[in-house]
Design a protein around this ligand. Sequence first.
Ligand code: GLN
Length: 475
Amino acid sequence: MLGTFSIRELHQKIIKQEIKIKDIVEYYLANIKKNQVKFKPFLNVFDKILIKQMDVLQPKIGVSRNLPLLYGIPAAVKDNICIENTVTTAASKILKGFRSPFDATAIKKLRENGVLFLGKTNLDEFAMGSSTENSAFFTSSNPFDSRLVAGGSSGGSAAAVALNMAQFALGSDTGGSIRQPAAFCGVYGLKPTYGAVSRFGLIAMASSLDVIGPLARNLDDVFLVFDYIKGTDVQDLSSFYPKTPAFVPKKDFKVCYVKEYFEGCDERIYKRIFSILESLKKENLIVEEVSLPILKDVLPCYYIIMASEVSSNLARYDGIKYGSSKLKSSKNYFKNLLDLYLDTRFEFFGNEVKRRIFMGTFSLSYGYFEAYYLQALKMQQKIKSEFAKIFKTYDAVIGPTTPELAFKIGEKSQDPVKMYLSDIYTVPANLGGYPALSMPVGFIDGLPVGLQIMADMWNEPMIKNIAGYIEKIIK
Ligand code: GLN
């Protein structure tokens, strides 16, 4: 079965000419056709462009030596990552029909290594949300039960991977948007160290927290794709990845779990994660409890910093520079620019986006800046340094990815604060800049459970090492 192979296995089959790139692409396109109506992971599928690209790639097989491992591998891409000359909407009406003039750096790197792009996946508008219900177009469903959410904001990417509609997918993570949907859909999702992957060509949500990362059905694929997309990039001055690894593989790693992470967590998830921690102990690994009372401040801190950056980043959608505009659609004569801005933004932004612009503008405004934004920045430093202390003693922090299993579509959409609570375990990695993986560790009542492994900056290899170990013991 094609969908069960890893990228390395597919690569062997491609270069030995046991399989054609066309067969792999057709397999995924057939699955897209089969599942799109029910689960709706994709916003746009590139069938026509693909055929041309396949014709360019296939003739090199058997002729060129040392073809990259990703050569001929089909991927899905979250629709807030730019692919040259294709529509990129960030699931917003304000960017409807916007064609990207360039490739994001991550896309360029994949393209240079022979990756084929199947299409763009659904998300919450501008990546703001935890369920894809904030998409301006439609909601994607959970692969295990179409009445439930796929998670978000990279819900389309996670569902596409889980439903065998792509070999891997790219997502973006600002507060958990790769890991939470990966957990809900039973796939692997890596949020890299902040800056490890260039943000050039990623539509900005909160620039100091945003990062692009991979989702896939197996551990090796996730880290393989990460290896191809990571690296310092002149187009993004906040990007950096050390050339020499910061990590020496070791078997006797030391991990901890945070006591407060289990408060308010679904008891069934709690038990599942604990049984894995117990198994690690039985293997004579050091597993210890730490306490982080600061965890209660994580969400307020994130929601102030994120919203402040959102309000500033989204100021560029003014009806002039990009996408939709009231100028084009109305017969109105605008007496001044402000009216055009207001009308455009009022009409084309969704409610959640407006809410966050509103919150962010408030916390940055004169008289409130010191009381909110500045306090949140101070708190962020505290949170980061609490984790830095932990990483002096431990190689990783292990815990649940989410406090609950996938929830019903509509269950939280009327209560934003309830929705925000689903980010409690994932947000610390973004505030600190640390890398974190969500890996599937079984099912409860037919729904997947995600375990999160968080490590020190640029220590993705340690995460892979520990995840591989956990895989062996739970098999
Ligand atoms: N769910 C979080 C939010 O709504 C995270 C979003 C993200 O990581 N892009 O902000």
